[in-house]
Design a protein around this ligand. Structure first.
Ligand SMILES: *Cc1c(COP(=O)(O)O)cnc(C)c1O
Length: 357
């Protein structure tokens, strides 16, 4: 049976990425060797790194003065690397979900943290608005897409002269971003790019070198900028796969074309939820709805059927729609590689299930 993969992460990758990765595991760039057994210093792998870096810059239209890094440690490592490198005295954070909370916790190890707004008391069902970012902070950090709660900031916030840092782990490459507004953007690969194991970091070179503390070599962005992400052995295989996805994104027509598809997919599913008597969305302000992770539950009247619906979905080849334990219900992740066809299958399953009850 054809599977429809709605997992939140690790998550669906394009067939192009998977096929080319499988081929390179057997024979990488006609070397007669597997990509798993080739030196990261070989000219063949250097070419992978160079092209992947160039494509990230091209697709996101990154201006001069920025470096693109491919690091290990996951997005969670960035929760401490960002304050290690940027936080002298005080930083501002927007608390919009579990990942933001985790980032705040790490930042507190390095200085004062001003949580400018939080929707924690409402179980993160909306994005706080109308907050002000103080001018005397070293940077303002936000999470562009809250993977667990299905809320998203599909815009680049304005905070004057304050440095801007974003965790874009689960919506990078789903909309054009004005990179010039940011000092650091980071994203774990396993949601819209590659297998787990690599994190993309886009850093404004000028933002580095202003903290007074000593930074361990591996946690200092400057180490990796200077060595082109090759100070130590980088996550070779995820980087190879990332390159395939980046090529595929370019082939699709770039980020603007991808965004159109993503908006259409999410619109189709939200319409189905809104027009149903059995399902309802969990995000309170429709303007905050994520186009990457669609969170919904059954209305109180049908609540006890939630498990049955997950089972019903699996008979249709639908996998990964069980909601995160902190929200419950369902979460359909509609990352770039998910085809509209899979959304149609899910919508049809919702309609069929509803008609039976
Ligand atoms: C998944 C996720 C993370 C954690 O990523 P790891 O690579 O597992 O550390 C952080 N932030 C967001 C927004 C995520 O979706």
């Amino acid at each position: 049976m054809k599977k429809h993969n709605f997992y939140a992460g690790p998550s669906i990758l394009s067939q192009y990425t998977i096929k080319n990765t499988a081929d390179a595991i057997l024979n990488f760039a006609d070397t007669g060797l597997s990509v798993l057994e080739v030196s990261h210093r070989s000219k063949e792998f250097q070419a992978v790194m160079d092209e992947a870096t160039a494509l990230v810059k091209e697709l996101l239209e990154i201006p001069e003065g920025y470096s693109v890094l491919f690091l290990g440690g996951g997005a969670s490592m960035q929760f401490c690397m960002v304050p290690y490198n940027l936080l002298n005295r005080k930083a501002a954070y927007l608390e919009t979900g579990t990942w933001a909370t985790n980032a705040i916790k790490e930042a507190r190890l390095f200085g004062e943290v001003d949580v400018v707004a939080s929707s924690k008391d409402a179980n993160f069902t909306f994005i706080p608005k109308g907050y002000t970012v103080p001018e005397d902070v070293d940077y303002f950090h936000f999470t562009s897409n809250n993977t667990i709660y299905g809320t998203e900031m599909r815009y680049d916030p304005d905070c004057g002269n304050v440095r801007l840092v974003a965790d874009m782990s689960s919506d990078i490459f789903s909309r054009p971003v004005d990179v010039s507004k940011y000092d650091i953007i980071y994203a774990g690969a396993q949601k819209n790019l590659a297998p787990a194991g690599v994190t993309i970091v886009i850093v404004r070179d000028e933002a580095l070198g202003h903290v007074e503390r000593q930074i361990p070599t591996m946690l200092d962005y400057r180490t990796h900028v200077k060595k082109g992400s090759m100070f130590n052995t980088p996550p070779v295989l995820p980087i190879f796969s990332a390159l395939q996805t980046l090529r595929y994104y370019k082939e699709l027509g770039g980020i603007r074309e991808i965004e159109k598809m993503d908006v259409a997919k999410a619109g189709r599913l939200y319409d189905a939820i809104d027009s149903s008597r059995m399902f309802e969305g969990t995000v309170t302000d429709p303007a905050d709805r994520s186009i990457m992770n669609v969170c919904f539950v059954m209305t109180p009247e049908y609540k006890e059927l939630e498990k049955d619906f997950v089972d019903f979905c699996s008979t249709k080849g639908i996998v990964g729609i069980k909601g995160h334990r902190s929200v419950g219900g369902f979460r359909a992740s509609l990352y770039n590689a998910l085809p509209m066809e899979s959304v149609e299958v899910l919508v049809a399953a919702m309609k069929e299930f509803e008609s039976k009850h």
